[in-house]
Write a protein that binds this ligand. Structure first.
Ligand code: FO1
Length: 317
């Protein structure tokens, strides 16, 4: 069984860990969001790719969901002592090594996909991890506060401001001119099913789908998504702030409708949303909180079972 999953950071990575446990024989390709990527201290940081890589490779800080376990912050403190910031983005010493290797390889002419493969040689995540594109795409957010109206990097809005200032708009800068990374289109075409983990529908899955060619390739497949919204609120993170920015209500039904029946064939919602119906999309409900390894694997199993059932019924293909 060949599975393709589109993934953002924490929610996506945890779902993928469940998927690996639920389908150990499957060949899983993960297409990771790179719109959150940022250059800091001269280094290229790819938070979502790293979160997937560390989570599946056993190196993640489990409580936080991002960054390395057993981390120290000496480099960040030393930079601060020189007055060099930003201080609001928590890069640890172990994590710095990843960004140094990545930046060095990119400077030597390797593409991000090749760099990611090299980093995964160490972490052995058990999936093939591909960036959505090798081109630079950065999510920017337009905000208006006492400093006026301006576009800022997604991480500044998400981490420094904690999305406390409303996003007037969100744009994946460079997406329209980007191309899928090598292997992305072929993996989607070869996939038996495509899964959307409970990642952010706007700045994670939405950004991946904004890379020309990816949406159409995915739409031709049997696609099942797991709702990141439970009972009208995000399971984690501040997805509601992103949904509001694009005029979509924070509900399991509205997110499914936003993806649309041209894209989505099946939608897994929480029991709290058992009454959700979306025309043209098969909706199933079950507990969706990823409490531990067991419950997470059960969610992934349910998503996969629904996808296989819909594929057998000839939906989308
Ligand atoms: N999230 C935070 O809330 N605060 C941080 O200081 C922070 C640092 C960070 C460093 C490396 C990394 O890979 C991820 C990091 N994240 C941090 C997570 C990240 O900002 C976002 O959660 C994702 O980009 C959204 O998927």
């Amino acid at each position: 069984m060949k599975i393709v999953a589109l993934a953002g950071g924490i929610g996506g990575a945890r779902f993928l860990r469940g998927l690996l446990a639920a389908a150990p024989e499957a060949e899983i390709t993960v297409i990771g969001n790179t719109g959150d990527d940022i250059s800091l201290f001269g280094l290229r940081v790819c938070p979502d790719l790293d979160t997937v890589m560390y989570t599946l490779g056993g190196g993640i800080n489990e409580e936080q969901g991002w960054g390395r376990a057993e981390e120290t912050f000496t480099v960040k403190e030393e930079l601060a002592a020189y007055g060099v910031g930003p201080g609001w983005f928590g890069l640890g010493d172990r994590d710095f090594a990843t960004h140094i290797v990545r930046t060095q390889m990119l400077a030597a002419g390797y593409r991000l996909s090749a760099v990611t493969e090299a980093l995964c040689d160490r972490w052995r995540p058990g999936v093939r991890l591909l960036p959505m594109t090798d081109d630079q795409v950065e999510t920017h957010v337009v905000v208006e506060d006492e400093q006026g109206r301006r576009a800022i990097h997604f991480q500044e809005w998400w981490v420094r401001m904690r999305a406390s200032v409303p996003a007037l708009s969100i744009a994946a800068v460079g997406a329209a001119e980007s191309a899928p990374a090598p292997g992305v289109q072929a993996a989607i075409e070869a996939a038996d099913v495509v899964l959307f983990p409970p990642s952010n529908p706007v700045v994670s899955i939405g950004t991946i789908l904004a890379v020309p060619g990816i949406r159409d390739a995915v739409a031709a497949k049997t696609v099942v998504g797991v709702s990141p919204i439970v009972g009208g609120a995000p399971v984690r993170g501040m997805a509601d702030a992103c949904l509001t920015a694009i005029g979509v209500e924070t509900s399991a039904r509205a997110v499914a409708e936003h993806y649309g029946l041209g894209l989505l064939d099946g939608w897994l919602v929480d029991e709290a949303d058992a009454d959700v119906r979306v025309e043209g999309i098969e909706v199933r409900s079950r507990p969706l909180l990823m409490r531990d390894a067991e419950t997470t694997a059960a969610i992934a199993r349910a998503a996969l079972d629904l996808a296989v059932e819909l594929k057998r019924a000839g939906v989308a293909e």
